[in-house]
Each structure stands twice: as structure tokens, then as C-alpha cells.
Design a protein around this ligand. Structure first.
Ligand code: SF4
Length: 523
């Protein structure tokens, strides 16, 4: 069918021919503009110089070049197609890795979208050499090589280290919450999950009798697959809930425990922008020298407490040594972490909670006036006693050992406090016992840490933490768009994070090395 512009063009020509036939010159005032017709009815062959599809300094070349330098043998395991035998050759892991890295760097994290871009986008076409790539191959590859991906991350780190981009003199570590691929309304208690699981099993059993269905084979298979996947997800949810309940200390907490039926391994976590959502806690260690990610891990724990030790293990495993110094915020800083870092020989910079402030608020709540708080009690080391503001003696009572600290308890006699004129200002809640005070004796490493953190030098280092540690977190969320995982389950979201961090590191290499070095661009 002729297009509107073709009709229009034909009308103009017919008009001109009529004018010419009448021996009249087309007047300038009455002539319509002559336009080039768009012909979509034609078949055309175009010569494409694949090498010229992208510029010499295009990032796709850099990614292909870098990936080509790595040992990808771990990805070759499991490839069925072999030389000398019949069958379709497998896609080269160098290509699939490059496509994923380039896709992530462009904010594309969908296998379908990358496959679509391979059909027309010059950069993707250059990478594939104009060959189509099936999205199933891309999707399966992303999650099918966990160990190989981990090794690849280590390989890239080794390369960056060899090029002087990783020093490990100072590492900033931080955690960030990334939303899971599940809604908050998918969290259920034990009874509901069991009921849904029974329904899913029933559905799968009924689907076994395909004679009852007047469906095409393809639709029937798709439905069966969906029903099986739902059953498997609910079975995982039931198992995950059992483990979660086993960790709860009270019967009430066990009853209230819930997991998501969509992603059972996700946990409800507080989000940085406010509110709560199912999420994973992504732990990232960044080398302060050039901003390279030197360690990445995932946690189901909503808090960062206790995450630092694992982060150090990952750096040690990846780079064969520990950082000289690690800097973290208050969420990671505990006496336990201080002792761990001391044991490992890592200089620790952090923000430990000011226990004095916390104690002051607790005393205020209990109605203890400022003049009767612990600092108003005088300690006498020679007799190991305290004297209260009223001049009464508090004797040693007991001690309690905790990690990095021993608390010594001292108490005044009930008689002294009972008859004291300051009782209502000091310990009005005590009816049967005298006032007590606690003397905390911290481990030498903890005391040394507090002294260090009081220095201007340590405070200055700590002030640099935010800019370095939060940059990769922000980059991964804004550039790559990883604000919410596409995949489900701890193992798969770990891989999704690894791809994102790998892309971040390669992007840093492109910025710091590829663009500044005059590398040969022929690959
Ligand atoms: S209440 Fe007891 S501890 Fe407090 S000032 Fe009086 S005697 Fe001392």
C-alpha cells in the first residue's frame, strides 16, 4: 500500500507534468516543495564494517580487551561442544562476560534487553560480530558459574593490583541495603506457608493429568513449569522459616517469625530513604587509594554489627593479604571488632559509641540527678572502694566479663542509703538495696583504640570514610541501577552483586588506565 508521502509526491509530479504539457512554466508562487520519497517497499543490502561500528576509544573495546587478558578456563567447564565433534559451537565466555559487563555499565541488567540490543545497537553488534545472542544463553550464563565468577573477580583484582591501582594501605568498608525481588506483603507465618504449599502440591498433581486440559503443549508446559517453581519456592520458604524459628529464643518470637514466599532468604530491613522493605545487606570494601572494590559479600542481617571479620577474610582470600588500615562507621565498631582487628594486626579506625552519653540518658530516665551520677563517686584503688557524694563507702560486690571489658560492681549498704537525705536524688527506686556503681575495665587494645580515636589525625582519616566508602554503593545503585535485585535467593543475588562490582572495577580501570595509556586498539 502506498504511503501518504508517496501519494503526495505523485500528486505533485502529476501537477507539474500537467503544467509542462500546457507549455506553462511552473510559477514560483504556486509550486509545491519537491520532496524525497521514503521507499519502504525496497530490499537493500548494506555493507557493514564491523570494526568501524564503534570509535577507537569506545568502552566496549576496553572491556573486550580486558576480559581477553583474563584466565577464563573456569567458564569453559561444562561446555558440551568440543572440537572434532558434530554440534553447534557454544558461545564464547569472553563474549558473554563482555556483554554482561558492558550491559551493566550502561545500566542494562536484563538478559532480554541485552539480547534485543545485540540486534541493532552498534556497541553490542561490535561485541557479537553481528551474531544474534539468545537471551536464555545470557540469563543462564549470569547465574550458572558462581565459582568461576568469583575467580574472575579475583583475577580482575590481581590485574588491577599489578597495575598499581590497589594498595591496601587504607580500606573503607561499608554496608548498603538493596531491595529484594519480593514485596513486603509476601511474608507469611508457618501456617499460611504450609497451606499454600499444600495447594501448590495439589496443583502440580492435578497438572500431571494433561488429558483434562485443552491447551496447546507449549502453554501446558509453561503452566507446569510455573506450578513446579511455585512449589519449590514454597518448599524453600518452609525450610528457611524452620531455620529462622530455630534461631529465635522465645516461643512468641518463633510464632511471629515470617519469611517471604517469593524470596524466602530476603529479610525485612530498614531502607536508607526511610521505611522498611525486603532486602539484602550488601557489604563492600573499597581501597581508598583509587576507589577499587577489594571485597564484596552479602548478608541477611539487617545490621552491620559483626560483618567486619568476614570482610577481612574476603580481602585476605582475594588479595592474599590484609589491609594495613580499615575504616568503618559506628555500625561496625564494637569492642569485639576492635579486638578482632588488633588480633589480625589491622589498624582500626571507627566510631565507637560514647557510653558516657548513653549512661547519662539512662540515669536521667531513672531520675538520678547529675550530682549523683557515677562520675560523682570517687574510686580508691588502694582499698578498691568508692565513696559517694554523701561520704559513704561502696564496697566491691561482683564482676562480669564481656568481650573486651570487665565490669566491676560496687554497692553502698542498704542502711546508709535508707537513711540518706539524698536518697530521692540518688537512688529512689532502690527499696531493698543500696546504690551501686559500675567500674568498667576495658582490654588494653580497646583502651588504646579510644585514645587513638581522640587524636586529630584519626578523626581526619575517619572524615574521609563517607566519600570513599559510599561512592561505589551510590555508583552501583545509580549507574547500574541496582536498587532492586532482579534475581532471587542469597546465592543468585550474590552473583548479581558480583557482576555489578566487577563492572564497577572494570569501569575504574577504563577511567584510570585505558584512557590514559595508548594501548593498541586492535584486538
Ligand atoms: S543514697 Fe546512698 S549512695 Fe546515694 S548519696 Fe546517699 S548514701 Fe550515698
Amino acid at each position: 500500500m502506498a504511503s501518504e508521502s508517496e501519494d503526495r509526491q505523485r500528486a505533485i509530479w502529476e501537477n507539474r507534468e500537467a503544467e509542462a504539457g500546457a507549455g506553462q512554466a511552473p510559477s514560483e508562487a504556486s509550486g509545491d516543495p519537491r520532496l524525497q520519497a521514503v521507499n519502504r517497499q525496497q530490499m537493500a543490502w548494506r555493507a557493514v564494517d564491523v570494526e568501524q561500528l564503534i570509535t577507537e576509544d569506545h568502552p566496549a573495546r576496553a572491556i573486550w580487551h580486558l576480559v581477553g587478558k583474563l584466565d577464563l578456563s573456569a567458564f569453559y567447564k561444562g561446555i558440551g561442544a568440543v572440537e572434532g565433534e558434530a554440534g553447534r559451537p557454544a558461545l564464547d565466555p569472553q563474549l558473554l562476560i563482555s556483554l554482561w559487563i558492558f550491559g551493566y555499565s550502561e545500566g542494562v541488567s536484563s538478559a532480554r534487553e541485552i539480547a534485543r540490543l545485540c540486534e541493532f545497537d552498534p556497541a553490542y553488534q561490535w561485541l557479537t560480530g553481528l551474531q544474534p545472542v539468545n537471551y536464555h544463553s545470557l540469563s543462564d550464563f549470569r547465574v550458572g558459574h558462581r565459582e568461576a565468577l568469583d575467580k574472575l573477580f579475583t583475577e580482575v583484582l590481581g590485574l588491577l593490583s599489578a597495575e598499581g591501582l590497589v594498595s591496601l594501605q587504607r580500606v573503607m568498608h561499608d554496608g548498603t541495603k538493596i531491595k529484594a525481588c519480593a514485596g513486603a506483603d509476601t511474608f507469611r507465618r508457618k501456617e499460611k506457608i504450609r497451606a499454600h504449599l499444600e495447594m501448590a502440591r495439589q496443583q502440580v498433581r492435578e497438572m500431571g493429568d494433561s488429558q483434562n486440559e485443552e491447551l496447546s503443549q507449549r502453554v501446558a508446559k509453561a503452566r507446569q513449569r510455573a506450578a513446579h517453581e511455585r512449589q519449590e519456592r514454597l518448599e524453600r520458604a518452609e525450610k528457611e522459616l524452620q531455620e529462622l524459628r530455630a534461631r529465635k529464643s522465645t516461643a512468641e518470637a518463633q510464632r511471629e517469625a515470617r519469611v517471604s514466599e517469593t524470596d524466602p532468604e530476603a529479610r525485612i530491613m530498614k531502607q536508607s530513604g526511610g521505611g522498611y522493605a525486603p532486602a539484602y545487606n550488601v557489604q563492600i570494601s573499597t581501597d581508598a587509594a583509587r576507589g577499587i572494590i577489594v571485597g564484596v559479600g552479602l548478608s541477611q542481617s539487617a545490621g552491620d554489627w559483626g560483618q567486619l571479620d568476614g570482610a577481612m577474610d574476603r580481602i585476605q582470600e582475594k588479595l592474599g593479604r590484609l589491609p594495613e588500615q580499615v575504616v568503618v562507621d559506628g555500625g561496625f565498631t564494637s569492642r569485639e571488632a576492635i579486638l578482632d582487628m588488633d588480633r589480625r594486626g589491622v589498624d582500626f579506625i571507627g566510631a565507637i559509641a560514647d557510653t558516657t552519653v548513653r549512661a547519662a540518658s539512662q540515669f536521667a530516665r531513672r531520675g538520678v540527678e547529675a550530682a549523683f551520677r557515677p562520675e560523682a563517686f570517687a574510686y580508691h584503688s588502694e582499698s578498691d572502694t568508692y565513696t559517694c557524694p554523701a561520704g559513704k563507702v561502696l564496697h566491691y560486690e561482683r564482676k562480669h566479663r564481656d568481650i573486651g571489658v570487665t565490669d566491676y560492681y560496687y554497692r553502698a549498704s542498704a542502711t546508709d542509703c535508707g537513711s540518706c537525705e539524698f536518697r530521692k536524688n540518688c537512688c529512689h527506686a532502690n527499696t531493698n538495696a543500696g546504690r551501686s556503681v559500675v567500674r568498667a575495665e576495658e582490654a588494653p587494645a580497646v583502651a588504646a583504640f579510644r585514645a587513638k580515636m581522640a587524636t586529630e589525625e584519626a578523626k581526619q582519616i575517619y572524615r574521609q570514610r563517607g566519600a570513599v566508602a559510599e561512592f561505589p554503593n551510590a555508583w552501583i545503585k545509580t549507574k547500574i541501577g541496582l536498587r532492586q535485585f532482579r534475581l532471587r535467593g542469597l546465592a543468585k543475588v550474590t552473583m548479581e552483586t558480583m557482576w555489578a562490582c566487577l563492572t564497577y572495577n572494570i569501569q575504574q580501570w577504563i577511567r584510570l588506565r585505558w584512557r590514559e595509556l595508548s594501548m593498541p586498539r586492535t584486538v
